[in-house]
Design a protein around this ligand. Structure first.
Ligand SMILES: *[C@@H]1O[C@H](CO)[C@@H](O)[C@H](O)[C@H]1NC(C)=O
Length: 368
């Protein structure tokens, strides 16, 4: 504590010196990094994709922003409001990320901003460019190469974006009626977060301050399951409200709490360390697919929040049994890897009646 205090005081003295002797116009750019102009990257995902796949697409785009920042571009990621989701019973729109996730944690991976705040900050100016990602019409060819090319728009691009009478482009834009884009084009791409970084670094886009990528699910993870994948995933902590609801349910009905279950987490995910000694509450979590949203009296929460509370409970169970190839189950398995459960307690699945020895899930283990 004493040492920290001294450092702070020294820092203040130095800052004073700089203020006294150097005006902004005389900043030596070899000595001080001048803050680069802020740029905003927006994105959206195909209408048909559900909540849990969208969470995965976030990780891919967040890694693009990380790569852009590492290459010297001051990009901020604009969080796409949730809504109009395929599996959701209630057709809510324009839900902000803070209803689901802890923004402070997200911000520790790459800087993020809610769409509403982005609109305020840019005074609702049109977005400079929408890039609609699509596959190559001719297919992937014989070998997989990472590439992109501006191409004529394939269906359904023009049913989602149309020019208004002033020539500006109108699209869904998360249900916000007044949002427009100045330019719209289609780019065929095959690749990953790094390929998208390369696309945004070409001269066509470097002078633009706001670029929106639609059909973000078109790109893949650069290296699925590597440390960047897990860093992005670990930054996606649930909102305090949802964690509190989950914890009080555990205490009240499941005789479960973090201390006894050995599931305590440090408040900053960057300080998490590898461990495998989590015990979990005295219950089994099972993701048994029947149909979506059997809940009836939960008007307090939206469908995405209910999904997260369910996942949170399954993530804290002593054992978890998932559904085959389900993104809902994948997100639970990841949470359990982050909490630090033994592998055998997590990677299990229900088998069909006729095949009691069915193949068990791939073990995507956490990497630090
Ligand atoms: C970039 O701009 C050039 C010149 O207009 C164009 O030929 C090229 O296709 C563009 N590339 C992409 C990926 O948009």
């Amino acid at each position: 504590m004493y040492f920290q205090f001294i450092l702070l005081v020294l820092g203040a003295v130095l800052a004073d010196e700089i203020d006294d002797h150097h005006t902004v116009s005389r900043v030596d750019s070899n000595k001080y990094s001048v803050e680069k102009e802020k740029k905003f990257l927006l994105y959206d995902v195909n209408f048909g994709e559900g909540f849990n796949l969208r969470r995965d697409v976030y990780m891919r785009i967040a890694n693009t922003v990380r790569l852009l920042r590492e290459s010297g571009e001051n990009y901020i990621l604009v969080l796409p409001p949730w809504g109009r989701l395929h599996h959701w019973m209630r057709m809510e729109v324009a839900l902000s990320w803070r209803l689901f996730f802890d923004l402070q944690s997200l911000n520790r991976f790459v800087p993020v901003i809610e769409f509403e705040d982005f609109l305020d900050e840019t005074e609702n100016h049109p977005i400079d460019q929408v890039i609609y990602l699509q596959h190559y019409e001719e297919g992937w060819g014989t070998e997989y190469v990472r590439k992109f090319d501006e191409r004529k728009c394939l269906s359904p691009a023009y049913s989602h974006y149309k020019q208004d009478e002033t020539g500006k482009w109108k699209g869904w834009f998360y249900s916000y009626e007044d949002v427009r884009a100045r330019n719209f084009k289609c780019v065929s791409i095959q690749g990953d977060s790094g390929t998208l970084r390369n696309l945004l670094k070409i001269s066509n886009y470097t002078s633009m301050n706001t670029v929106m990528i639609d059909r973000g699910e078109t790109i893949l993870h650069e290296n699925f399951g590597d440390v960047h994948y897990w860093n992005a995933r670990r930054s996606m902590r649930y909102s305090n409200d949802l964690v509190e609801i989950g914890n009080s349910f555990r205490r009240k009905y499941l005789d479960s709490d973090d201390e006894r279950d050995k599931t305590e987490m440090v408040s900053d995910w960057k300080k998490e360390r590898a461990r495998r000694n989590a015990l979990g509450g005295p219950y089994v979590g099972v993701h048994w697919r029947r149909r979506d949203f059997l809940f009836t009296d939960n008007q307090k929460f939206n469908d995405g929040q209910i999904a997260i509370i369910d996942q949170y409970l399954c993530a804290h169970a002593r054992h978890f049994i998932g559904s085959h190839e389900s993104t809902f189950s994948f997100r639970i398995q990841e949470d359990r890897e982050i909490i630090g459960f033994p592998i055998a307690s997590t990677f299990n699945r229900l088998c069909p009646d006729k095949n009691p020895n069915c193949e068990q899930p791939s073990k995507w283990k956490i990497v630090y």
